[in-house]
Design a protein around this ligand. Structure first.
Ligand code: ZN
Length: 275
């Protein structure tokens, strides 16, 4: 399942590749992915030019010259792949967008995903993206901003961080090493964190996510050009490493239940301090 690093990598590649291209044709084989009936969707997008591509959390945002956005969510997993003229296309895809120069991209959703066309003036009413929290890669996500964001919160730190309304883009994959690096137990209550712990957590979020972005994301996810990322599970510190020694103190890593998700922790490095 793609998280912030994978989506950031794809959005950056798309921004380089498709900016200033004009949409020629759209083929949508699965109407339920769209927020408009297929003919209306195609008519609205056709002939428009891409101004830029960016990302927010797990959403890719394509800005069109018509004051509209095409918002794409890859859901639990999907392949969003670039193609050149006459290039052989993937066997399966539900969506194909061709530019006037015959390049384009296809999307194959493995489970479920969304492609929405939203006028700029209605962006704040788009349910799925309007309420997204800040992306940790956003310039305004500073240590001071993060301190303020956590002030007076009562939730447990892991549940709060993976809630997309608080911070957008962190899911159950990257959270494991983020909390380990910050030496925090997933069930620590935010109200018990001191300033130094919050600073460490801030640094851990940026270092874990930026390292993955540099490596092109996870090894089991493909980028816009079909290349797999270089971050393998072997490189995780504690994530998915049940029974393996903690990289710091050699205590075996354990898997625990935290709310509805699983967590991988070193009990010694990440103690659950009581307030
Ligand atoms: Zn340890």
């Amino acid at each position: 399942m793609p998280e912030l690093p994978e989506i950031t990598v794809i959005a950056r590649q798309m921004n380089k590749e498709i900016t200033e291209k004009r949409i020629g044709n759209i083929e949508a084989k699965q109407p339920k992915n769209l927020n408009l009936p297929v003919p209306k969707f195609v008519k609205t997008a056709k002939g428009k030019t891409v101004k830029n591509v960016s990302s927010k959390g797990k959403w890719i945002s394509i800005k069109l010259n018509s004051a509209q956005y095409m918002l794409i969510n890859l859901g639990m997993g999907a392949e969003l792949l670039h193609f050149k003229p006459n290039q052989k296309l993937p066997e399966k895809y539900q969506f194909k967008l061709t530019f006037s120069d015959k390049t384009g991209f296809t999307i194959h959703f493995s489970w479920f995903g969304s492609i929405h066309l939203v006028p700029e003036k209605n962006l704040d009413k788009h349910k799925q993206t309007a309420k997204l929290g800040i992306s940790p890669t956003d310039k305004i996500f500073t240590p001071e901003y993060f301190q303020k964001l956590l002030a007076n919160r009562k939730a447990r730190i892991k549940n709060w961080l993976i809630n997309q309304k608080n911070v957008a883009g962190i899911g159950n994959v990257y959270i494991q090493d983020i909390l380990f690096k910050a030496k925090l137990h997933p069930n620590r209550k935010i109200s018990t964190l001191n300033k130094k712990e919050i600073n460490n957590l801030y640094n851990a979020i940026l270092s874990v996510l930026n390292r993955s972005i540099q490596l092109g994301g996870l090894a089991y996810e493909k980028d816009f050009y079909g290349q797999k990322g270089k971050l393998t599970i072997n490189e995780f510190l504690v994530g998915y490493k049940t029974g393996k020694p903690c990289p710091t103190c050699k205590t075996p890593i354990i898997k625990i239940k935290t709310g509805s998700t699983s967590s991988y922790i070193c009990q010694k490095c990440q103690p659950l301090k009581q307030p």
